[in-house]
Design a protein around this ligand. Structure first.
Ligand SMILES: *[C@@H]1O[C@H](CO)[C@@H](O)[C@H](O)[C@H]1NC(C)=O
Length: 243
């Protein structure tokens, strides 16, 4: 195993992240943060000659929980999230993932952005494990959709995922609810447009499987649920009792 000499060790550059108005402090290796994000790479470029390899950056608009998850992801490719046993906990989990996704979008970290979308499905995996139990799955709230539309770019995969969710998994009676019109009016117009286009595509091609349906192969491997014929099995619908 290669040994690190003293001189090399001294040259390992550490970055200090000062987060939020309270300036919560996190330390990461310059190498890791620059590798993960072109934004940070640019930010620290040229400051190489700084005394004693000291680098720091203020992230005033970010929050400590989110940055903590980012740092954890930098080193271990994973991070902890709130549990999701109750409806409120599940929504809190979605909120935290949305915040982390916005962070990844802002600092140009596509791998982390993708990961937050994968983690949205955690509760669904749990649901598959408990298919016979009465555990319910909840759709992301419209307030979360509003937040994501406000803070991400039009090509955001997180946006697309939310649109798919509202296109395929929301019980249609949601559209009959008297509050729905007001709720939709509060979100960005872009969401309404994306939703109409996605609903139109769904109508135009009723055979198209839901993007949330388990592919047959995966279903066989998992041996969860029945995979009959060639039909994709959709075990993931939101509960009918939308409330
Ligand atoms: C993120 O996901 C998109 C869409 O699935 C894919 O094209 C892209 O290669 C992924 N990027 C990374 C860095 O994983």
């Amino acid at each position: 195993m290669a040994r690190i000499s003293h001189a090399q060790f001294r040259n390992v550059s550490i970055v200090t992240l000062l987060v939020g108005v309270a300036r919560a402090t996190y330390h990461v290796h310059l190498y890791h943060i620059c590798n993960a994000s072109p934004y940070f790479k640019r930010a620290f470029k040229g400051s190489r000659d700084q005394a004693a390899n000291k680098y720091s950056i203020e992230l005033v608009d970010d929050d400590a929980d989110t940055v903590e998850r980012f740092v954890s992801w930098l080193y271990s490719k994973t991070y902890t999230l709130p549990p999701f046993y109750t409806e409120e906990e599940t929504h809190e989990r979605f909120n935290q993932l949305a915040k982390l996704n916005v962070f990844a979008d802002k600092y140009n970290i596509p791998a982390l952005s993708n990961d937050t979308i994968d983690r949205l499905w955690d509760p669904w995996h749990l649901y598959l494990d408990n298919i016979l139990s009465s555990r319910k799955i909840f759709c992301p709230r419209i307030s979360l959709v509003a937040y994501v539309y406000e803070h991400t770019s039009p090509d955001s995969e997180f946006r697309k995922t939310l649109v798919d969710w509202y296109t395929w998994e929301i019980p249609l009676k949601w559209y009959d609810d008297s509050r729905t019109r007001d709720e939709l009016g509060e979100v960005s117009r872009d969401f309404a447009v994306d939703l109409v286009m996605a609903l139109a595509k769904r109508l135009a091609d009723p055979e198209r499987p839901s993007p949330f349906a388990l592919p047959k192969k995966e279903c066989d491997e998992d041996r969860r649920g029945d995979c009959e014929d060639d039909e994709a099995v959709d075990l993931t619908s939101c509960p009918e009792n939308w409330e």
